[in-house]
Design a protein around this ligand. Structure first.
Ligand SMILES: Cc1cc2nc3c(=O)[nH]c(=O)nc-3n(C[C@H](O)[C@H](O)[C@H](O)COP(=O)(O)OP(=O)(O)OC[C@H]3O[C@@H](n4cnc5c(N)ncnc54)[C@H](O)[C@@H]3O)c2cc1C
Length: 416
């Protein structure tokens, strides 16, 4: 039994705490905020083995450049001479190849399936209800080129053994009898599930408290006390905590945290926004990605509907550009013409920073310089989906167990 300090109380940190506590360790989670303000709350809630294509794909660079000049577009990189951005951008561009897409598919599928299995187990824990539904995810398209792309994607999904079917307009409309949909068709990824992130996070916090995991909010970790090749203490602005093992799960802030243990991970924050109708007058049966609009829509937890999207590569200090939410709502109306959603007041708008690795794969594993440090971050658009699986892998790494899958593709120092 060891004293484990986990830095970061998003889904990755809390899920790691869940498995490490279960394995008998004494666990403390430290977060600079109050555990309720991070990227793991306002996301679209997809648990999606279908997302086996990483963010870095051929063509994304040109699309990004084109979109950059439209202030309501789904993708934006704030130009800057910042070294971290340049380093990330060069590595991202180098990763955006067909070969990388091909080699990433199996590890992304495997960690997503592992994670989904774990969430399905969590959903059976008495009192742990997070509105988990395994009914599938639609990817709706409106244009012929995207329809063609969808056909290829379905073939790839079949080769990966993922239950997927291509729907024409009529078949799509049958799934959504209450809502007119303006589309050429859709992919139905039957392999996918979704959940309500707020309930997941609050339920996890409750379980961890009951299991006497120490949860320390509003304490920012500022440095480490080191001896030889191990970390002895984790130092916050208020206190120092003895540690036998340290887990860095600080999401979009992980680049700086990793640098404190002399480890380089190329990483940029990717801001996204969401709006949630708490009691929606509209009805949809299925969560859906609006392919050309790059928007996610999720019916969740009864009568709620969440709309989310955009990817802004900006520092976490950049002020929010709320007008991007208009771009999201306009896209929704193009697919669901009956959906008239006025721009909500600012206090109802949410944004969060995705931890974007340079190649769209997470960083999970030990580091070279310190023998008692594990990093688990960089999940980009998939942190919720891969959260439970990542927590399990962190436990296996720290316990020296055989990992549930090959984690070589997630090696923390693969860019070193
Ligand atoms: C609009 C949108 C929709 C999305 N939809 C999906 C989806 O449907 N499915 C999916 O899988 N993913 C989705 N994502 C991505 C997902 O939300 C993220 O990948 C995930 O939440 C990242 O979790 P995390 O634990 O790594 O980071 P976070 O949740 O951001 O947690 C990191 C924590 O570390 C803390 N921290 C940072 N630095 C320090 C420090 N020095 N000391 C102490 N604490 C520190 C922070 O305060 C924070 O609480 C979406 C994201 C967005 C923005």
């Amino acid at each position: 039994m060891k004293q484990v300090i986990i830095i970061g109380g998003g889904i990755i940190g809390l899920s790691s705490a869940y498995y490490l506590q279960q394995a008998g360790h004494r666990v403390t989670v430290i977060d600079k905020e109050d555990f309720h303000h991070n990227c793991s709350y306002g996301n679209a809630g997809y648990v999606c083995p279908s997302h086996f294509v990483p963010l870095a794909t051929p063509g994304i660079i040109w699309k990004g450049l084109k979109w950059m000049f439209n202030s309501k577009s789904p993708f934006y990189v704030q130009p800057s001479l910042n070294g971290a951005l340049i380093d990330w951008g060069v590595k991202f561009a180098k990763s955006a190849t067909g070969k990388h897409v091909k080699t990433s598919a199996i590890p992304l599928r495997d960690i997503a399936l592992l994670s989904q299995k774990e969430y399905e187990q969590w959903a059976t824990v008495p009192g742990f209800d997070f509105a988990y539904e395994h009914k599938g995810l639609l990817e709706i398209f409106q244009t012929a080129p995207v329809a063609e792309h969808a056909r290829h994607l379905v073939e790839k999904a079949h080769r990966l053994g993922l239950d997927t079917v291509l729907l024409d307009t009529a078949a799509l409309q049958q799934l959504e009898p209450h809502t007119e949909i303006n589309a050429l068709g859709a992919i139905l990824f039957r392999c996918d599930a979704h959940l309500y992130p707020q309930k997941l996070m609050q339920g996890l916090l409750k379980i961890l408290r009951e299991k006497e995991v120490q949860l320390l909010g509003n304490e920012e970790v500022v440095r480490f006390e080191k001896a030889g090749n191990s970390i002895q203490k984790v130092i916050t602005a208020k206190n120092a905590y003895e540690a036998e093992e340290v887990v860095i799960a600080t999401g979009a802030w992980s680049r700086n945290m990793a640098a404190m243990v002399n480890t380089k991970i190329p990483m940029m924050p990717g801001r996204g926004y969401s709006v949630t109708l708490q009691d929606s007058p509209y009805r949809v049966n299925y969560p859906a990605v609006l392919a050309e609009g790059r928007v996610a829509i999720t019916p969740m937890d009864g009568n709620k509907i969440r709309f989310g999207g955009t990817m802004e590569i900006v520092p976490t200090s950049a002020p929010p550009r709320y007008h991007r939410i208009e771009g999201i709502l306009n896209a929704v109306k193009r697919y669901y013409p009956a959906f008239d959603i006025p721009m909500p007041p600012t206090e109802q708008l949410w944004y969060g920073f995705r931890p974007c690795s340079a190649d769209g794969l997470p960083y999970i594993g030990r580091i070279r310089n310190y023998k008692n440090v594990t990093i688990a971050t960089g999940h980009s658009m998939l942190g919720l989906s891969l959260g439970a699986g990542t927590g399990r892998l962190v436990r296996e790494i720290i316990n020296g167990e055989k990992t549930s899958m090959d984690i070589t593709p997630f090696a923390v120092e693969r860019f070193a």
